[in-house]
Design a protein around this ligand. Structure first.
Ligand SMILES: *Cc1c(COP(=O)(O)O)cnc(C)c1O
Length: 368
Protein backbone atom coordinates (compact mmCIF):
# COMPACT_ATOMS: atom_id res chain seq x y z
CA UNK A 1 0.00 0.00 0.00
CA UNK A 2 1.00 3.64 -0.49
CA UNK A 3 3.25 4.43 2.50
CA UNK A 4 1.82 7.89 3.27
CA UNK A 5 -1.84 6.96 3.75
CA UNK A 6 -3.52 8.14 6.93
CA UNK A 7 -3.83 5.41 9.61
CA UNK A 8 -7.64 5.71 9.41
CA UNK A 9 -7.34 4.61 5.77
CA UNK A 10 -4.73 1.93 6.44
CA UNK A 11 -6.96 0.34 9.10
CA UNK A 12 -9.66 -0.15 6.45
CA UNK A 13 -7.50 -1.39 3.57
CA UNK A 14 -4.45 -3.25 4.92
CA UNK A 15 -4.40 -7.05 5.01
CA UNK A 16 -6.80 -7.57 2.08
CA UNK A 17 -6.41 -10.15 -0.70
CA UNK A 18 -4.92 -9.03 -4.00
CA UNK A 19 -7.46 -7.27 -6.26
CA UNK A 20 -7.86 -9.81 -9.04
CA UNK A 21 -11.15 -10.82 -10.72
CA UNK A 22 -13.44 -12.73 -8.36
CA UNK A 23 -11.14 -12.33 -5.35
CA UNK A 24 -13.05 -11.82 -2.10
CA UNK A 25 -12.68 -8.42 -0.38
CA UNK A 26 -11.38 -9.94 2.83
CA UNK A 27 -9.52 -13.08 3.86
CA UNK A 28 -11.69 -15.84 5.29
CA UNK A 29 -10.84 -17.97 8.29
CA UNK A 30 -9.61 -21.40 7.25
CA UNK A 31 -11.13 -24.11 9.40
CA UNK A 32 -8.58 -26.85 8.95
CA UNK A 33 -6.32 -28.40 11.55
CA UNK A 34 -3.82 -29.43 8.89
CA UNK A 35 -2.81 -28.77 5.28
CA UNK A 36 -1.89 -31.05 2.37
CA UNK A 37 1.81 -31.92 2.57
CA UNK A 38 4.39 -30.20 0.37
CA UNK A 39 3.78 -26.51 1.26
CA UNK A 40 5.03 -24.05 3.88
CA UNK A 41 1.99 -24.07 6.14
CA UNK A 42 2.07 -27.63 7.34
CA UNK A 43 -0.23 -27.57 10.33
CA UNK A 44 -3.00 -25.52 11.99
CA UNK A 45 -0.84 -24.47 14.94
CA UNK A 46 1.63 -22.79 12.58
CA UNK A 47 -0.45 -20.58 10.28
CA UNK A 48 -3.92 -19.46 9.25
CA UNK A 49 -5.18 -16.98 6.62
CA UNK A 50 -7.26 -15.13 9.21
CA UNK A 51 -4.24 -14.65 11.50
CA UNK A 52 -2.10 -13.48 8.58
CA UNK A 53 -4.64 -10.84 7.50
CA UNK A 54 -4.92 -9.46 11.04
CA UNK A 55 -1.14 -9.58 11.50
CA UNK A 56 -0.54 -7.71 8.25
CA UNK A 57 -3.03 -5.02 9.24
CA UNK A 58 -1.61 -4.56 12.74
CA UNK A 59 1.92 -4.55 11.31
CA UNK A 60 0.98 -1.84 8.80
CA UNK A 61 -0.50 0.32 11.59
CA UNK A 62 2.33 -0.09 14.11
CA UNK A 63 5.22 -0.11 11.61
CA UNK A 64 6.43 -3.70 12.04
CA UNK A 65 5.40 -7.34 11.68
CA UNK A 66 2.46 -8.67 13.64
CA UNK A 67 1.91 -11.98 15.41
CA UNK A 68 -1.41 -12.93 16.96
CA UNK A 69 -1.94 -15.01 20.09
CA UNK A 70 -4.81 -16.65 21.95
CA UNK A 71 -5.15 -13.67 24.32
CA UNK A 72 -3.32 -10.56 25.44
CA UNK A 73 -1.87 -12.61 28.29
CA UNK A 74 -0.65 -15.31 25.89
CA UNK A 75 1.16 -12.57 23.94
CA UNK A 76 2.58 -11.13 27.18
CA UNK A 77 3.71 -14.59 28.34
CA UNK A 78 5.49 -15.23 25.02
CA UNK A 79 7.31 -11.91 25.37
CA UNK A 80 8.28 -12.61 29.00
CA UNK A 81 9.69 -15.93 27.81
CA UNK A 82 12.39 -13.88 26.01
CA UNK A 83 13.90 -12.94 29.40
CA UNK A 84 16.94 -15.13 30.10
CA UNK A 85 16.69 -17.39 33.16
CA UNK A 86 17.73 -15.34 36.19
CA UNK A 87 17.23 -12.13 34.22
CA UNK A 88 15.84 -8.88 35.60
CA UNK A 89 12.73 -7.00 34.45
CA UNK A 90 11.84 -3.42 35.25
CA UNK A 91 8.05 -3.10 35.28
CA UNK A 92 5.51 -0.44 36.24
CA UNK A 93 4.19 -0.29 39.78
CA UNK A 94 0.75 0.19 38.21
CA UNK A 95 -0.10 -1.73 35.06
CA UNK A 96 -2.49 -4.43 33.91
CA UNK A 97 -2.83 -6.67 36.97
CA UNK A 98 -2.56 -9.91 34.96
CA UNK A 99 0.85 -8.97 33.55
CA UNK A 100 2.12 -7.94 36.99
CA UNK A 101 0.80 -11.23 38.44
CA UNK A 102 2.57 -13.20 35.69
CA UNK A 103 5.87 -11.47 36.49
CA UNK A 104 5.35 -12.06 40.24
CA UNK A 105 4.65 -15.76 39.63
CA UNK A 106 7.80 -16.08 37.55
CA UNK A 107 9.77 -14.24 40.22
CA UNK A 108 8.37 -16.57 42.91
CA UNK A 109 9.75 -19.62 41.08
CA UNK A 110 13.16 -17.97 40.69
CA UNK A 111 12.77 -17.70 36.91
CA UNK A 112 13.47 -13.94 36.98
CA UNK A 113 13.53 -10.89 39.25
CA UNK A 114 11.26 -7.85 38.97
CA UNK A 115 11.82 -4.24 40.01
CA UNK A 116 8.64 -2.20 40.11
CA UNK A 117 8.91 1.51 39.37
CA UNK A 118 6.66 4.53 38.90
CA UNK A 119 6.64 4.43 35.11
CA UNK A 120 5.78 8.14 34.87
CA UNK A 121 8.99 8.98 36.79
CA UNK A 122 11.49 8.97 33.92
CA UNK A 123 14.58 9.64 36.05
CA UNK A 124 13.86 6.71 38.41
CA UNK A 125 13.10 4.31 35.54
CA UNK A 126 16.29 5.33 33.72
CA UNK A 127 18.37 4.47 36.81
CA UNK A 128 16.50 1.21 37.52
CA UNK A 129 16.94 -0.08 33.97
CA UNK A 130 20.77 -0.25 34.23
CA UNK A 131 21.71 -3.92 33.92
CA UNK A 132 18.11 -5.05 33.30
CA UNK A 133 17.16 -7.49 30.52
CA UNK A 134 13.70 -6.09 29.86
CA UNK A 135 11.84 -2.84 30.40
CA UNK A 136 8.10 -3.43 30.43
CA UNK A 137 6.13 -0.24 29.81
CA UNK A 138 2.42 0.41 29.72
CA UNK A 139 1.07 3.84 28.75
CA UNK A 140 -1.43 5.07 29.64
CA UNK A 141 -1.42 2.60 32.54
CA UNK A 142 -4.36 0.43 33.50
CA UNK A 143 -6.17 1.66 35.61
CA UNK A 144 -4.22 4.59 37.10
CA UNK A 145 -3.95 6.44 33.73
CA UNK A 146 -0.31 7.44 34.24
CA UNK A 147 1.55 8.43 31.08
CA UNK A 148 5.13 7.22 30.50
CA UNK A 149 7.61 9.26 28.44
CA UNK A 150 7.97 6.66 25.69
CA UNK A 151 10.83 8.19 23.63
CA UNK A 152 12.91 8.88 26.76
CA UNK A 153 12.28 5.45 28.32
CA UNK A 154 12.86 3.59 25.05
CA UNK A 155 16.19 5.40 24.67
CA UNK A 156 17.17 4.63 28.29
CA UNK A 157 16.19 0.96 27.89
CA UNK A 158 18.10 0.54 24.67
CA UNK A 159 21.17 2.31 26.08
CA UNK A 160 21.07 -0.18 28.98
CA UNK A 161 20.78 -3.12 26.58
CA UNK A 162 17.28 -4.02 27.78
CA UNK A 163 14.48 -5.13 25.46
CA UNK A 164 11.79 -2.44 25.54
CA UNK A 165 8.17 -3.61 25.45
CA UNK A 166 5.13 -1.34 25.36
CA UNK A 167 1.65 -2.61 26.20
CA UNK A 168 -0.28 -0.35 23.79
CA UNK A 169 -3.76 -1.66 24.62
CA UNK A 170 -5.19 1.60 26.00
CA UNK A 171 -3.84 3.84 23.22
CA UNK A 172 -4.59 1.48 20.30
CA UNK A 173 -2.40 1.37 17.14
CA UNK A 174 -4.23 4.44 15.83
CA UNK A 175 -3.33 6.83 18.65
CA UNK A 176 0.21 5.71 19.51
CA UNK A 177 2.93 3.80 17.61
CA UNK A 178 5.63 2.85 20.17
CA UNK A 179 7.94 1.19 17.60
CA UNK A 180 8.34 4.58 15.96
CA UNK A 181 9.22 6.02 19.38
CA UNK A 182 12.01 3.47 19.92
CA UNK A 183 10.36 0.39 21.48
CA UNK A 184 11.41 -3.12 20.39
CA UNK A 185 8.04 -4.83 20.81
CA UNK A 186 4.45 -3.63 21.05
CA UNK A 187 1.90 -5.82 22.78
CA UNK A 188 -1.90 -5.60 22.57
CA UNK A 189 -4.86 -7.15 24.24
CA UNK A 190 -6.85 -7.18 20.98
CA UNK A 191 -9.77 -8.26 23.16
CA UNK A 192 -10.27 -4.57 23.87
CA UNK A 193 -10.37 -1.73 21.29
CA UNK A 194 -9.00 -3.74 18.35
CA UNK A 195 -11.80 -6.31 18.30
CA UNK A 196 -14.02 -3.67 19.88
CA UNK A 197 -17.29 -5.52 20.41
CA UNK A 198 -16.75 -7.47 23.63
CA UNK A 199 -17.08 -10.79 21.83
CA UNK A 200 -13.48 -11.95 21.30
CA UNK A 201 -10.45 -12.75 23.45
CA UNK A 202 -7.24 -12.28 21.44
CA UNK A 203 -3.73 -10.87 21.72
CA UNK A 204 -1.00 -9.59 19.44
CA UNK A 205 2.59 -8.44 19.34
CA UNK A 206 4.24 -6.32 16.66
CA UNK A 207 7.97 -5.85 16.18
CA UNK A 208 10.14 -4.27 13.49
CA UNK A 209 12.93 -6.80 14.16
CA UNK A 210 12.77 -9.87 11.92
CA UNK A 211 14.91 -11.75 14.42
CA UNK A 212 12.57 -11.02 17.34
CA UNK A 213 9.57 -11.85 15.15
CA UNK A 214 11.05 -15.24 14.22
CA UNK A 215 11.89 -16.04 17.85
CA UNK A 216 8.39 -15.11 18.99
CA UNK A 217 6.82 -17.09 16.15
CA UNK A 218 8.78 -20.15 17.31
CA UNK A 219 7.58 -19.49 20.88
CA UNK A 220 3.99 -19.39 19.66
CA UNK A 221 4.45 -22.78 18.00
CA UNK A 222 5.99 -24.25 21.14
CA UNK A 223 3.72 -22.65 23.73
CA UNK A 224 0.70 -23.37 21.53
CA UNK A 225 -1.26 -20.28 22.59
CA UNK A 226 -2.70 -19.72 19.12
CA UNK A 227 -5.86 -17.76 18.30
CA UNK A 228 -8.87 -19.53 16.83
CA UNK A 229 -9.41 -18.68 13.14
CA UNK A 230 -12.88 -17.34 13.90
CA UNK A 231 -11.57 -15.07 16.67
CA UNK A 232 -8.88 -13.64 14.40
CA UNK A 233 -11.45 -13.01 11.69
CA UNK A 234 -13.82 -11.30 14.14
CA UNK A 235 -11.01 -9.15 15.52
CA UNK A 236 -10.07 -7.96 12.04
CA UNK A 237 -13.70 -7.28 11.22
CA UNK A 238 -13.91 -5.18 14.37
CA UNK A 239 -10.60 -3.43 13.70
CA UNK A 240 -11.85 -2.08 10.35
CA UNK A 241 -14.06 0.47 12.17
CA UNK A 242 -11.59 1.41 14.92
CA UNK A 243 -11.01 4.95 13.63
CA UNK A 244 -14.73 5.74 13.69
CA UNK A 245 -15.35 4.05 17.02
CA UNK A 246 -12.44 5.87 18.62
CA UNK A 247 -13.48 9.24 17.27
CA UNK A 248 -16.86 9.00 19.00
CA UNK A 249 -15.65 7.24 22.16
CA UNK A 250 -12.84 9.73 22.58
CA UNK A 251 -15.04 12.78 22.28
CA UNK A 252 -17.48 11.15 24.72
CA UNK A 253 -14.59 10.54 27.15
CA UNK A 254 -13.42 14.17 26.96
CA UNK A 255 -16.98 15.36 27.64
CA UNK A 256 -17.46 12.99 30.60
CA UNK A 257 -14.03 13.82 32.08
CA UNK A 258 -15.02 17.49 32.21
CA UNK A 259 -18.44 16.72 33.73
CA UNK A 260 -16.88 14.49 36.39
CA UNK A 261 -14.29 17.15 37.20
CA UNK A 262 -17.12 19.58 37.99
CA UNK A 263 -19.13 17.06 40.06
CA UNK A 264 -19.09 17.71 43.83
CA UNK A 265 -18.80 13.99 44.78
CA UNK A 266 -15.74 13.42 42.60
CA UNK A 267 -12.34 14.06 44.22
CA UNK A 268 -10.02 13.18 41.31
CA UNK A 269 -10.31 12.59 37.56
CA UNK A 270 -7.45 11.06 35.56
CA UNK A 271 -7.77 11.56 31.81
CA UNK A 272 -4.72 12.65 29.79
CA UNK A 273 -6.96 14.87 27.68
CA UNK A 274 -7.66 17.18 30.63
CA UNK A 275 -5.31 20.20 30.39
CA UNK A 276 -4.38 19.91 34.09
CA UNK A 277 -3.75 16.16 34.03
CA UNK A 278 -0.14 15.28 35.03
CA UNK A 279 0.19 13.22 31.82
CA UNK A 280 -1.33 15.79 29.47
CA UNK A 281 1.81 17.29 27.90
CA UNK A 282 3.45 13.89 27.38
CA UNK A 283 0.31 12.37 25.91
CA UNK A 284 -0.12 15.37 23.61
CA UNK A 285 3.46 14.90 22.39
CA UNK A 286 3.40 11.14 21.75
CA UNK A 287 -0.26 10.31 21.05
CA UNK A 288 -2.55 11.57 18.29
CA UNK A 289 -5.53 11.46 20.67
CA UNK A 290 -6.18 10.88 24.38
CA UNK A 291 -8.21 7.70 24.12
CA UNK A 292 -11.47 6.55 25.61
CA UNK A 293 -10.49 5.34 29.10
CA UNK A 294 -10.60 7.46 32.22
CA UNK A 295 -10.50 6.91 35.95
CA UNK A 296 -12.06 8.85 38.80
CA UNK A 297 -12.17 8.69 42.57
CA UNK A 298 -14.77 9.54 45.19
CA UNK A 299 -12.55 10.73 48.04
CA UNK A 300 -11.68 7.44 49.73
CA UNK A 301 -15.16 5.95 49.70
CA UNK A 302 -14.78 2.30 48.54
CA UNK A 303 -18.31 1.07 49.34
CA UNK A 304 -19.71 4.30 47.85
CA UNK A 305 -17.80 3.68 44.62
CA UNK A 306 -19.08 0.10 44.55
CA UNK A 307 -22.67 1.43 44.91
CA UNK A 308 -22.13 3.80 41.97
CA UNK A 309 -20.99 0.86 39.82
CA UNK A 310 -24.08 -1.11 40.83
CA UNK A 311 -26.49 1.78 40.24
CA UNK A 312 -26.15 2.39 36.50
CA UNK A 313 -28.69 1.15 34.00
CA UNK A 314 -26.98 2.07 30.70
CA UNK A 315 -23.32 1.69 31.71
CA UNK A 316 -22.43 -1.98 31.93
CA UNK A 317 -20.96 -3.01 35.27
CA UNK A 318 -18.28 -5.42 34.04
CA UNK A 319 -14.56 -5.79 33.70
CA UNK A 320 -12.81 -5.34 30.36
CA UNK A 321 -12.84 -2.29 28.12
CA UNK A 322 -12.70 -1.02 24.57
CA UNK A 323 -16.13 -2.23 23.45
CA UNK A 324 -18.80 -0.14 21.74
CA UNK A 325 -20.80 -0.26 24.97
CA UNK A 326 -19.70 1.89 27.92
CA UNK A 327 -18.43 -0.11 30.90
CA UNK A 328 -17.38 0.74 34.42
CA UNK A 329 -15.86 -1.04 37.37
CA UNK A 330 -14.16 -0.47 40.69
CA UNK A 331 -10.81 -2.12 40.05
CA UNK A 332 -10.11 -3.02 43.67
CA UNK A 333 -13.06 -5.41 43.64
CA UNK A 334 -10.43 -7.79 42.21
CA UNK A 335 -8.07 -9.24 44.85
CA UNK A 336 -5.31 -9.34 42.20
CA UNK A 337 -5.39 -5.53 41.69
CA UNK A 338 -2.36 -3.64 43.02
CA UNK A 339 -3.05 -2.40 46.60
CA UNK A 340 -1.78 1.13 45.83
CA UNK A 341 -4.72 1.56 43.43
CA UNK A 342 -7.28 3.42 45.60
CA UNK A 343 -10.29 1.44 46.85
CA UNK A 344 -12.63 4.05 45.35
CA UNK A 345 -11.05 4.28 41.89
CA UNK A 346 -13.64 3.65 39.18
CA UNK A 347 -12.39 2.94 35.66
CA UNK A 348 -14.61 4.05 32.79
CA UNK A 349 -14.35 2.52 29.35
CA UNK A 350 -16.32 4.99 27.28
CA UNK A 351 -18.31 3.61 24.36
CA UNK A 352 -20.01 5.12 21.36
CA UNK A 353 -23.46 5.90 22.78
CA UNK A 354 -24.83 9.47 22.91
CA UNK A 355 -22.84 11.52 25.45
CA UNK A 356 -25.96 13.00 27.09
CA UNK A 357 -27.37 9.53 27.78
CA UNK A 358 -24.04 8.43 29.26
CA UNK A 359 -23.79 11.45 31.54
CA UNK A 360 -27.44 11.25 32.66
CA UNK A 361 -26.96 7.63 33.75
CA UNK A 362 -23.64 8.32 35.47
CA UNK A 363 -25.02 11.38 37.22
CA UNK A 364 -28.00 9.48 38.64
CA UNK A 365 -25.64 6.68 39.75
CA UNK A 366 -23.44 9.24 41.54
CA UNK A 367 -26.46 10.09 43.71
CA UNK A 368 -26.57 6.47 44.97
C1 LIG B 1 -6.94 -6.79 29.19
C2 LIG B 1 -5.53 -6.36 29.18
C3 LIG B 1 -4.49 -7.29 29.05
C4 LIG B 1 -4.74 -8.78 28.98
O1 LIG B 1 -5.34 -9.15 27.79
P1 LIG B 1 -6.34 -10.42 27.63
O2 LIG B 1 -6.76 -10.33 26.21
O3 LIG B 1 -7.43 -10.24 28.63
O4 LIG B 1 -5.52 -11.64 27.91
C5 LIG B 1 -3.19 -6.80 29.02
N1 LIG B 1 -2.93 -5.47 29.10
C6 LIG B 1 -3.90 -4.56 29.24
C7 LIG B 1 -3.55 -3.12 29.35
C8 LIG B 1 -5.23 -4.98 29.29
O5 LIG B 1 -6.20 -4.05 29.45
Amino acid sequence: MTPDLDPSTVVVHAGRPERVPDAPLGESPVFSSTYIAGGDRGYGRFDNDAWAALETTLGALEGGRGLTFASGMAAAAAVCDLIPVGGRVVAPQHAYSGVLALLDQQAATGRLTVDRVDIADTATVSVAVAGADMLWIESPTNPAMEVADLPALAAAGRAAGALVIVDNTFATPLLQQPLKLGADIVMHSATKFIAGHSDVVLGAIITASDELWRTLEQRRRSLGAIPGPMEAWLALRGLRTLALRLERAQSNAAFLAQRLLEHPRVSLVRYPGLPDDPGHARAAAQMSGFGAILAFELGGDGPGAQRVCESTSLWVHATSLGGVESMLERRRRWPIEVPTIPEDLIRLSVGIEHPDDLWADLEQALKA
